[in-house]
Design a protein around this ligand. Structure first.
Ligand SMILES: [Zn+2]
Length: 390
């Protein structure tokens, strides 16, 4: 089904050229290698990239208002500054992730250019399915709308790299992923296409390269000298700090090697983007039958509020003598109670903030937590919403 027309050398990709400018103004430069090499990367940028834990052994390419590092990651200077000042821990993801407001799920609309061939369209659908099969709180959905989307994947002729992506900014995914039309055309579509698409989406939602500490792990070549202050990023609980030879986020990939998510990848993804047990649309809360669920709720008066507010929480379907609890506050108040999950494993939750004095409903912050997670925020913290389910 997929065609393997050629296997270029080297087998592992090395980024050497880049010759497209952005979107509306695509230009092809005759000798891109020369053009790029004339642009000197300031030593200060290299130092910051090292501080941020990027492998600077790979060529750093000036691009638009930033740089491409580790072959396929685009970073603005501002992002480099932020990453360079992150706490020095182990690795795997950036501090900036995709926000999922209102705790339940966020639909990420992904556009995939229709001019990619059918094999690529299938690879794209498969990549989204891989994420969606994990029941993350991010739900990836294809959109045909070129102008209104969260991630837009288009083609560009880009020398010898598979694609380019970037990291989330302001709580949104990185929006502009480019795939190399030199490799993904009617004439060659490689079996790595699904992995490459999932990999670039991985960056777009905040994942770093699994082997960034030593990219020779996947890229070959000389091992990276770790004695140069190479740390950065945040390690994800439950994943190894050593290598994972089949991770979808390794720096380099063969042309015809597919890498579905490994168990470690799945741990990383479900840790960063866990689907809540609480459904913000229906109010259903699901947990193991018989388990004890602690409900903590509190209210905090906003600095500009001059009113008393009341937070009421009701649990339907649990065997509670008093299913409705409430607190009022003039500055701050909290309370908690527990219930046992019924045999069905489902209860329904309602929460509401009322105003007691004036019309400043939602001025304060009301919060309800189930077993210290699954937080419902109402009022100011809930973007002005005063009742749950939303
Ligand atoms: Zn990458």
């Amino acid at each position: 089904m997929k065609k393997n027309i050629f296997l270029p050398k080297p087998l592992f990709l090395i980024i050497v050229t880049l010759f497209f400018s952005c979107e509306s103004d695509e230009t092809t430069v005759d000798n891109p290698e020369e053009v790029i090499k004339e642009q000197i990367v300031p030593e200060s940028i290299i130092t910051k990239l090292k501080q941020a834990g990027f492998n600077t052994n790979h060529e750093i390419l000036p691009y638009e208002n930033g740089y491409i590092v580790e072959k396929d990651i685009f970073l603005t200077e501002k992002q480099i500054d932020i990453l360079a000042n992150e706490p020095e821990e182990k690795q795997y993801h950036t501090t900036e992730l995709v926000d999922v407001p209102h705790l339940y799920t966020r639909t990420i609309k992904v556009y995939f250019a229709p001019d990619f061939n059918q094999d690529m369209q299938n690879a794209f659908e498969d990549a989204l399915t891989r994420f969606n099969n994990l029941n993350l709180n991010l739900i990836f959905e294809r959109t045909e709308d070129e102008n209104n989307n969260d991630i837009k994947i288009t083609g560009a002729n880009m020398g010898t790299i598979f694609g380019i992506s970037g990291y989330p900014e302001n709580g949104d995914p990185y929006q502009r992923i480019k795939l190399n039309t030199k490799y993904y055309t009617d004439y060659n579509t490689f079996d790595n296409a699904t992995t490459v698409i999932a990999h670039e989406i991985g960056h777009a939602i905040g994942f770093r390269h699994t082997d960034f500490k030593n990219t020779s792990y996947s890229c070959g070549g000389d091992p990276y000298d770790e004695g140069r202050g190479l740390e950065g990023g945040i390690h994800i609980d439950g994943t190894p700090t050593g290598g994972d030879s089949e991770s979808w986020m390794l720096t380099c990939l063969d042309f015809n090697h597919d890498r579905p998510f490994t168990n470690n990848d799945i741990t990383a993804l479900t840790t960063l983007y866990p689907r809540s047990e609480l459904n913000a649309i229906t109010g259903e809360y699901r947990a193991e039958p018989g388990s004890v669920i602690q409900v903590k709720f509190k209210g905090t008066l906003g600095a500009w509020c001059s009113t008393r507010e009341k937070l009421t929480v009701t649990i339907y379907g649990a065997n509670l003598s008093d299913p409705t609890r409430s607190i009022t506050w003039t500055s701050w108040a909290s309370d908690s109670f527990s219930f046992v999950m019924p045999a069905s494993g489902v209860v329904h939750v309602k929460a509401r903030m009322n105003v007691l004095v004036s019309n400043h409903t939602g001025c304060s912050l009301g919060s309800v937590k189930f077993n210290n997670t699954n937080e419902i925020q109402l009022g100011t913290g809930g973007f002005g919403k005063t009742s749950f389910p939303f």
